[in-house]
Design a protein around this ligand. Structure first.
Ligand code: IVH
Length: 664
């Protein structure tokens, strides 16, 4: 190795060690002047001898890379979020649900950092990709910005291939400093540390993110089995050893009482932390217990987030206005004197329906308390009646649509009023917004404001017009505020949405009672829209999770001539109408049942066995309990087989299992 190469290596080590000590352990081992001097020397050497410059060099931290757009990233294991609980008794119910499964867990308690989650991918110990969560399955590539975060190692202490997940956030003091500067420059201050972190990460130019001085904590290892890890606390320790910043407050506790103690302790001391937290995360420590508990469609059942009580603030209710949703539902909304709650300005809050306003006895002019917990939609808690002056105005429900003036109607026993005019522009706009939204067709760039504009200009009147926008390209670029580039990106995003799997389209169509989860159940069952369009009530109703109301709604949607025409048009535009996910064919022997595989299998690998069971609607878990429906045994089965015999659980040999599969 040449002297230059050696010096580059030496400087890299000094700077990386200094970074690690300072940003991970909050301990300076060299002065700022020394740090700057070594950094300058390294920059000069890398400039002079670019072939020696390493991808993971600390000089890369200052930013400089500017990207055109965020590339999409597919998460091999979905990035899930957590269920929320809001009280001690809900924490205990979470624990009780676990005990009911025959599991007696130890927990790891962690702080719930208020930032944005990130997935970091390393190959051979080098950072190769940083990605946002996105919708959990597809996120965005933010590697250029992640590299500027000093507590995220560019190179690990071991040359491993690994993915870790954690939170990117902004320290409270950093936000203060940035805001002092912004106010001086007559710029709007950033509202809170979370929005500031999200906004910094969403920059195409990494120099901006570099200046924002973001920080990180890593708290999740998606593939612990690859490293022989058996508990979550071990995973945290392992990630710390690799060089990640792991929160020192994490605590392994023995029982639910110690969880509650942790919550009380951290609630009292959270203000002393250098960063914002919005709750406590509780995770089952043992990874086999975790996998036995499994997941719902959105959340792990082995973890939950206790959210701190929301901050309440008083303000004036200056008006109540009405909005019309995509289904025609009329919602009263509180117009409030703007106030800051939990760092963001609130000037509106939904009042849901007429009954809600009446039960709370809200009058225009009232002083009300409002609250907001983190991301949660703000709500009006109560009226401060003692502050009434007598000048407050009684609430009167409207009887005509505020947009199209048609007479409102109630549906059956429901408390809500509906605008039943299919041509009401508000309903149409809301329907279009829903179609383009993230869980539906996920058309990036086609947000509320653009949809409203394009609707009002007459470019989009109904869903299928979205796929004709391309032919208006020239007119669109002439509109104020829409540049060539943003229109090109939008048209690309529209084009791309044609490839979506069927469930996204089904959800986007806005069929009553079909939420995104139901859309997935339906799509994975029928695979193509043609099959679904011809299905009858009985068949739909026989599917698990599809009750009478949904089945009726789906059948009537596909009987409506207008909807059949819409699907036909979308087909002609080239939209995919097939389910692209794992195909699940429900089979009565497997569907909804829990299986355990034990002993060594000869005809299948473990993963193949599991995949087969799942493809017929069953699930597999690691350990045998009363809840297990069937155990499949290979050669030399151990304790799991004995336990199954003791509990009288159905047992299949591998051969019997194969015969069963072959006969399907
Ligand atoms: S664990 C499957 N641990 O909270 C496990 N999440 O509401 C997934 N968060 O999306 C997450 N601190 O962005 C976990 N110590 C922590 C966390 C944490 C903050 C965030 C994360 C997640 C959200 C869930």
């Amino acid at each position: 190795m040449s002297d230059v190469e050696l010096r580059i290596e030496e400087l890299t080590k000094i700077l990386n060690d200094a970074n690690y000590s300072y940003y991970v352990n909050a301990n300076s081992i060299i002065t700022d002047q020394e740090y700057d001097k070594y950094m300058r020397e390294l920059e000069e050497l890398e400039e002079k001898y670019p072939s020696y410059a390493k991808e993971a060099s600390p000089t890369k931290r200052v930013g400089g890379e500017v990207i055109d757009s965020f590339k999409k990233v597919y998460h091999e294991k979905p990035m899930l979020s957590l269920s929320d609980v809001f009280s001690e008794s809900e924490v205990i119910s979470f624990h009780d649900r676990i005990i009911k499964e025959g599991i007696c867990p130890k927990y790891v308690c962690e702080l719930k950092i208020d930032g944005l989650s990130v997935s970091l991918l390393y190959k051979n110990g080098l950072l190769v990709r940083g990605a946002t969560r996105g919708d959990g399955v597809v996120g965005e590539d933010i590697t250029h910005n992640v590299k500027t975060i000093k507590s995220i190692p560019l190179k690990l202490n071991q040359p491993v291939d690994i993915e870790v997940r954690g939170e990117i956030f902004m320290n409270k003091k950093t936000l203060e400093e940035i805001n002092v500067e912004r106010i001086k420059n007559h710029e709007k201050p950033l509202q809170n540390t979370r929005n500031a972190a999200v906004g910094s990460i969403r920059q195409l130019d990494s120099r901006i993110a570099a200046k924002r001085n973001l920080d990180s904590f890593i708290y999740h290892l998606p593939n612990p089995e690859d490293y022989g890890i058996k508990t979550h606390i071990e995973a945290l320790e392992f990630m710390k050893k690799l060089g990640f910043k792991v929160n020192p407050n994490n605590r392994l506790v023995n029982d639910i009482h110690e969880v509650l103690d942790f919550i009380v302790e951290k609630t009292d001391t959270r203000n002393q932390l250098l960063y914002d937290i919005d709750g406590i995360v509780i995770k089952v420590n043992d990874l086999i217990q975790q996998s036995d508990l499994g997941y719902t469609a959105k959340y792990p059942k082995w973890a939950t987030a206790y959210k701190f009580p929301a901050e309440e603030v008083l303000t004036k209710l200056t008006d109540i206005i009405f909005t019309v949703g995509r289904t025609g539902q009329i919602t009263p909304n509180a117009v409030l004197d703007p106030v800051i709650v939990m760092g963001s300005t609130i000037s509106r809050a939904t009042l849901h329906n007429e009954d809600y306003v009446k039960v709370k006895d809200l009058r225009i002019g009232d002083t009300v308390s409002i609250r907001k917990a983190g991301d949660v939609i703000p709500e009006v808690v109560e009226v401060k009646k003692e502050r009434r002056t007598g000048l407050e105005k009684e609430f009167v429900m409207i009887d005509k649509c505020p947009i199209c003036d048609s007479v409102l109607a109630k549906k059956g026993e429901q408390v809500d009023y509906f605008c039943v005019n299919d041509h009401c522009s508000s309903r149409k706009i809301e329907g279009l917004i829903h179609f383009a939204s993230r869980d539906a067709m996920n058309i990036e760039g086609l947000g509320e404001k653009i949809i409203e504009d394009f609707f009002n200009f007459g470019f989009i009147k109904e869903v299928s017009d979205i796929y004709l926008l391309q032919s208006h390209r020239e007119d669109l670029t002439r509109l104020e505020g829409y540049g060539e580039k943003s229109i090109t990106n939008l048209i690309d995003a529209i084009e791309k949405s044609k490839e979506n799997s069927l469930e996204k389209l089904l959800f986007g169509l806005g069929i009553s009672h079909v939420g995104s989860k139901t859309a997935k159940v339906i799509a994975s069952h029928f695979h193509t829209i043609d099959c679904l369009m011809h299905v009858g009530f009985e068949e739909l109703n026989s599917i698990r999770d599809i009750g009478d109301v949904i089945a009726k709604s789906v059948v009537s949607y596909f009987q409506d001539e207008k909807n059949i025409c819409l699907i036909q048009r979308l087909k002609e535009f080239g939209l995919n109408m097939e389910y692209l996910g794992k195909k699940i064919v429900q089979h009565p022997f497997f569907s909804g049942k829990t299986f355990v595989l034990t002993g060594s299998l000869n005809m299948y690998t473990r993963d193949e066995g599991k995949a087969l069971i799942e493809s017929f609607g069953g699930k597999t878990v690691e350990s045998v309990s009363k809840k297990t429906d069937c155990v499949i045994v290979g050669e030399n089965p151990g304790g799991k087989y004995d336990k199954a015999v003791n509990l009288g659980i159905k047992i299949l040999t591998e051969k019997e299992f194969k015969e069963m599969i072959d006969s399907i």
